[in-house]
Design a protein around this ligand. Structure first.
Ligand code: PRT
Ligand code: ZN
Length: 293
């Protein structure tokens, strides 16, 4: 029984923590964590959570100490451990970028030659410099990368960026994106068949939660004369549901619509004479042969 329990490593406390815990909870998995302990068991699913520093998660999963982990792609790329990326999770979005002081009057990649670049991502930076034929020095530091140029430790930085306000505050200008990143689920390469089947059960739930996050349920009233056009405008799972209203000449249309195209579609629907448009969140969405709208 014991070896059927999958161990999921999550960030103990940091930018990925809350959304990692929420994702587990939204999959209906209840975790009983007491006093901020480093390990906790789920009460209704064969899963155990390990609470770690994010930097350690790829190593723990590669070593098989944890079976699964939720960690930024930035660390998966940087740490180069033998793990499988199962899926990206849509949060913790950022990019690893090179930035230089605005006073440098930077023009092109060539200006990086001969500079010292401070980073906590030496491998990723080194690969980028090599690929672009840039000869710069890498100074590996532990944190607070953005202050390195102002204290004379380096002439440029390579750090994670999300809003860009940290760079701005420190007089730095983003010049190159090394890669884009978001949180991902990783797995050990040595999962037993029992653990793989627990992972498959969890993935079924995870997909239902992640698919639902991307979509909204929409209901509207459509005049019959533009019904055909309205139905064509609406992407949906298979096709929209159309139900006649009690009032002659009108129908109610129900559909599932992707967040990406949401406002654009809504405008078209209004132009086609739709009224009483309601938009509702979807909690879980299970799709088989149908593709996301
Ligand atoms: O203690 P532990 O080691 O677990 O945590 P940590 O302090 O190393 O990591 P944490 O919690 O800061 O970040 C965890 C993960 O969140 C990262 O590995 C990324 O995958 C992801 N992430 C997303 C970010 C950012 N966005 C981000 N903006 N990680 C860090 N930053 C930092 C960046 O380093 C810079 O200092 O935020 C600053 C820039 O932010 P903006 O918004 O000003 O551009
Ligand atoms: Zn860290």
């Amino acid at each position: 029984m014991e070896n059927n329990i999958v161990r999921l490593a999550v960030q103990k406390s940091g930018r990925l923590s809350d959304e990692s815990f929420d994702l587990v909870a939204q999959c209906g998995i209840r975790v009983n964590r007491q006093d901020h302990r480093l390990k906790a068991s789920a009460t209704n699913f064969p899963m155990e959570l390990l609470y770690l520093r994010d930097d350690d998660i790829p190593e723990y999963v590669a070593a098989g100490v944890a079976d699964l982990g939720i960690v930024g792609e930035n660390l998966i790329i940087e740490k180069q451990k033998e793990v499988r990326t199962i899926k990206t999770l849509g949060f913790g979005k950022c990019r690893l970028s090179i930035a230089v002081p605005r006073s440098l009057n930077y023009e092109s990649k060539r200006d990086l030659n001969g500079l010292t670049i401070a980073t906590t991502y030496p491998r990723s930076l080194s690969r980028f410099l090599e690929e672009h034929g840039i000869k710069a020095n890498i100074r590996e530091i532990r944190g607070s990368t953005e202050i390195a140029p102002s204290v004379g430790l380096a002439e440029a930085v390579c750090d994670l960026v999300s809003s860009g306000s940290t760079l701005l505050r420190h007089g730095l200008e983003e010049t190159h994106v090394v890669f884009e990143s978001q949180a991902a689920l990783i797995a050990s390469n040595q999962l037993s068949p029992e653990k793989q089947s627990v992972l498959d059960r969890w993935l079924f739930r995870l997909d239902a939660v992640l698919n639902a996050r991307e979509c909204k349920y929409i209901l509207l009233n459509a005049p019959d004369e533009s019904l055909e056009q309205i139905v064509k405008t609406l992407p949906s799972l298979r096709s929209p549901t159309v139900v006649p209203l009690a009032e002659e000449g009108w129908s109610s249309v129900h559909a599932v619509i992707n967040e990406n195209r949401f406002w654009e579609v809504l405008e078209q629907l209004k132009d086609l004479g739709s009224t009483g448009i309601l938009v509702c969140p979807i909690e879980k969405m299970i799709i088989d042969d149908e593709v996301l709208p």
